[in-house]
Write a protein that binds this ligand. Structure first.
Ligand SMILES: [Cu+2]
Length: 293
């Protein structure tokens, strides 16, 4: 039977098992099982779901991050568990310290190499994923990460106008009509132009994987490529005043034919209001630094 390490003399006993090898083997077993569970069981259910191309990309990214963290967490937990079981003091001399450890070049080297590789990989992975299509985030007025349009159709432009305490949506391609509820066509590249009329809000369309700050005087562009018909929870994600919690609603992704019907009805219904609106603009106030005087 294996005997625990170091008695009160601090000297290892003979026939000491190879603790490092045992820990590595346990770590491998836990890591392989844990990573498989994350990728195949937990991953498909991670937020924000598969409501758009960008949302699916975020599910993939969340799965990659979680899967990568499993071996790291496993290393800590396996070592901790192993140490608690195998290295615990079985003799009464609980006040006796073990021999001091003064550096371990091998462990220090591998520690540096491993953590550097993980951090650099994550930085590269994140940058590549972000530059591919913007990942549903607001990119400011001059986006550099525009997704490739799937066909010859230009993106559908939708302006999101936040104000205390409601979102309105303006369609420059449809006579500049402004509506209080949002519908979007399925399988379409949408170009959101997010702005605000008063304070800072944040346009968060959860199932679409879109979250973009709404700043007064700023045109914040965010792209999303819709998939099939879908209900979308929309919330303001920036505390914007006493009725911030009121800024939620349900948007709908519908078939292209249904969208065409809906947007024509909106144009007719809001025609009198559209006449009184200011002309469509990327922003409706001077930028904040100019308004500051
Ligand atoms: Cu708000």
């Amino acid at each position: 039977m294996d005997h625990p390490a170091a008695g009160s003399t601090g000297m290892p006993e003979v026939n000491e098992p190879n603790h490092f090898l045992r820990i590595v083997l346990w770590w491998l077993v836990v890591s392989v099982i844990g990573t498989a569970l994350v990728v195949f069981v937990l991953g498909p259910g991670l937020p924000p779901g598969n409501g758009s191309v960008e949302a699916s990309g975020q599910v993939t990214d969340n799965t990659v991050l979680l899967a990568l963290s499993v071996p790291v967490a496993a290393a800590v937990l396996v070592y901790l568990t192993y140490a608690l079981i195998v290295f615990r003091e079985r003799e009464p001399e609980v006040y006796v310290d073990g021999p001091p450890i003064r550096g371990n070049a091998s462990i220090q080297l591998w520690w540096l190499v491993t953590t550097t590789v993980i951090v650099l990989f994550l930085a590269g992975y994140g940058s590549i994923r972000l530059l591919a299509d913007g990942s549903g985030g607001g990119q400011g007025p001059n986006p550099i990460a525009a997704p490739a349009a799937s066909s010859s159709d230009p993106p559908l432009q939708v302006q999101v106008i936040a104000q205390q305490w409601q979102f309105n949506y303006r369609f420059p391609g449809y006579g500049g009509v402004e509506v209080p509820d949002l519908e979007l066509p399925a399988n379409t590249l949408v170009e959101f132009h997010v702005t605000s009329l008063d304070v800072i809000h944040s346009f968060w369309a959860y199932q679409l994987g879109v979250k973009a700050d709404a700043n007064p005087g700023v045109d914040n562009v965010a792209y999303v490529t819709t998939k099939g018909p879908l209900s979308v929870n929309i919330r303001c994600a920036e505390l914007c005043g006493v009725w911030h919690g009121y800024m939620f609603e349900t948007a709908h992704v519908v078939s292209k034919a249904d969208f065409a019907t809906w947007i024509r009805a909106q144009e007719t219904r809001f025609a009198p209001a559209t006449k009184t609106l200011p002309p469509y603009s990327k922003t409706y106030f001077p930028p904040p630094e100019r308004r500051g005087g």
